[in-house]
Design a protein around this ligand. Sequence first.
Ligand code: NAP
Length: 227
Amino acid sequence: MPTCLITGANRGLGLEFAKQYAADGWKVLATCRQPETADALNAVEGQIQVYPLDVTDFARVEALGRRLQNEAIDLLINNAGVYGPRLVRHDSVDYAAWAEVFRVNAMAPLKVSAVFLDHVRRGNHKLIVAITSKMGSLADNTSGGVYLYRSSKAALNAVMRSLSIDLRDQGIAVVLLNPGWVRTDMGGPGAELEAFESVAGMRDVIAGLSFEDSGRWLNYDGTDVAW
Ligand SMILES: NC(=O)c1ccc[n+]([C@@H]2O[C@H](COP(=O)([O-])OP(=O)(O)OC[C@H]3O[C@@H](n4cnc5c(N)ncnc54)[C@H](OP(=O)(O)O)[C@@H]3O)[C@@H](O)[C@H]2O)c1
């Protein structure tokens, strides 16, 4: 059975990815900041292993890479993300908070991908995905604001697009996925989708990907998202 590694797997979309892939028989390497309090994740049945990982602690990312050096990873899911402070105006920006949002959403996915590249190379699917947001779309930005989150996801898109090009000759595909607006802690109770619908859709998209799709940005329903 294939193996996936998921960041931020203790709640929200990451937890749902862990549940669905484990239920499907995959081996799941689930990472989260505090496994000792990750009750829902620890209760997931199947072939699942839980590892501590704060994606912004790059030394720990490297240490986990070494610890899992014998694993072949078919699918790496860069899911962990933060929204940052809400309702930030252009004249009231918390620049330290912005840097932290950038580190989690844009820098860490590249670090995690780089550290686990050899593991992915040994897998059969050879696929890296990053969960981005339509808020990172320049084409879709007609409402303004949300400086921190929007810019961090736009940066993530640029980073993953470059990685898709740089890894082309190694046969590793890199794809950006938009989960839709989902009822998680981040999405809030008024969002349009349940986590299971969004993740089921993204899993269908992932299952249908071929190497030629590398560098694309796809919605949970398989449609392309405008950059
Ligand atoms: N929900 C939506 O409508 C929506 C829409 C578009 C995109 N997204 C994206 O989808 C992804 C998952 O979002 P979600 O809705 O599931 O959000 P969520 O419910 O707020 O969950 C975020 C997850 O990221 C983890 N995380 C945050 N910072 C981390 C760090 N430094 N190291 C490791 N893990 C960290 C959190 O862990 P802790 O529990 O330790 O904080 C949590 O597991 C994010 O990338 C988000 O930007 C969500």
